[in-house]
Design a binder for this molecule. Structure first.
Ligand SMILES: NC(=O)c1ccc[n+]([C@@H]2O[C@H](COP(=O)([O-])OP(=O)(O)OC[C@H]3O[C@@H](n4cnc5c(N)ncnc54)[C@H](OP(=O)(O)O)[C@@H]3O)[C@@H](O)[C@H]2O)c1
Length: 317
């Protein structure tokens, strides 16, 4: 990939897509192709065909997807399956038709079986049943991985897939009904502090272990993979480091400066006890993340506060 290669970033306004754009721009890539979903609905086969035949991208990052938390995944099961299959089928197929040199498809750690051993290794794919609440989303993502593999096998396409862990960073979703744990904690602690509340309640007993990666580290990893990784087997993208929800909440409490109490509501579900990616293959390919969790949360919170002070609305999806 040269600095003037034609690079299409599908989903460039999302958390991951916008980080890829920042990374490419900061690295000197000048010929980026982007479209919003209202300019180009990637579910529309004819529109995607026209776009690819006109723009002829040489490299493609597939960071477009219908994404959401447990509630949305479980409520809009048909949409999560239909939209994601349509988006990825159209983009991957047209990339083959137009001779794209390399494509990177993004999945998620929810592709792994609910009871897979931890840390999650790539080889555990399709060894057991999925978590029922996000099964439609996971099935679509698994189909995307298999489509990249099949297009490589049958047509010789250099299409690769990466499975990121939980991300946080700029352009995150702060809708409390539908957000991931870290942005939800940042918002809860910030609001408790500004409203002078005496406590913040966190669901569960705080024991589950989770992994978090700053999205700028992910974008670094994805560019690294685009430049260096050409294997059929998809690859996990994470930090390989875990933290309990309790320690995470304490870290967010410290960063936001909330001085009240932290209370765990053990009557609420904990979710799966541990979720950690095995990142041995990513490390072996020559990549290690750089942004520590406290530094990352501090920078995200600084941006969040500045946004609130400017009176801007938070991203809600
Ligand atoms: N966030 C995480 O923690 C995380 C973790 C693991 C994996 N991932 C993966 O990373 C990818 C991106 O996630 P994200 O968190 O960046 O999601 P996001 O912030 O919700 O962004 C998704 C993007 O997809 C685009 N999109 C959705 N439907 C579309 C359609 N019909 N046509 C065209 N574009 C459409 C949206 O475009 P517009 O803005 O123009 O509407 C949006 O910019 C997903 O595949 C996800 O599975 C994310």
């Amino acid at each position: 990939m040269d600095l003037n290669s034609r690079i299409y970033i599908a989903g460039h306004r999302g958390m991951v897509g916008s980080a890829i754009v920042r990374k490419l721009q900061n690295s000197g890539y000048t010929n980026l192709i982007v479209r919003t979903s209202s300019e180009l609905d990637l579910r529309n086969q004819l529109a995607v065909e026209k776009f690819f035949s006109e723009e002829k991208p040489e490299f493609v990052f597939v960071a477009s997807a219908k994404v959401g938390g447990i509630h949305a995944n479980n409520t809009y099961r048909a949409e999560f399956l239909y939209d994601n299959l349509m988006i990825q089928n159209n983009v991957i197929h047209q990339s083959k038709v137009q001779g794209v040199k390399k494509l990177l498809f993004l999945g998620s750690s929810c592709i792994y079986p609910k009871l897979a051993p931890q840390p999650l290794k790539e080889e555990y794919l399709l060894t057991g049943l999925l978590e029922p609440t996000n099964e439609p989303y996971a099935i679509a993502k698994i189909a995307g991985i298999k489509m990249c593999e099949a297009y490589r096998d049958q047509y010789g396409c250099n299409f690769i897939s990466a499975m990121p862990t939980n991300m946080y960073g700029p352009n995150d979703n702060y809708d409390l009904n539908n957000s991931h744990v870290l942005p939800a904690l940042i918002r809860k602690f910030h609001e408790a502090k500004t409203e002078g509340k005496t406590e913040v309640v966190v669901w569960g007993d705080g024991s589950p272990l989770r992994e978090f990666m700053h999205v700028d580290d992910l974008a670094d990893a994805l560019l690294h993979l685009m430049l260096n990784y050409d294997e059929k087997l998809f690859i996990n993208a994470g930090t390989g480091e875990e933290i309990s929800i309790k320690d995470l909440a304490l870290l967010v409490k410290k960063v936001t400066g909330f001085e009240g109490a932290l209370v765990f509501d053990s009557s609420k579900p904990n979710g799966t006890p541990r979720k950690l990616m095995d990142v041995s293959r990513l490390r072996a390919s020559g990549f290690t993340h750089k942004i520590g969790l406290e530094a990352g949360i501090s920078s995200v919170y600084a941006a969040f506060k500045a946004q609130m002070e400017r009176g801007e609305t938070l991203t809600m999806r």
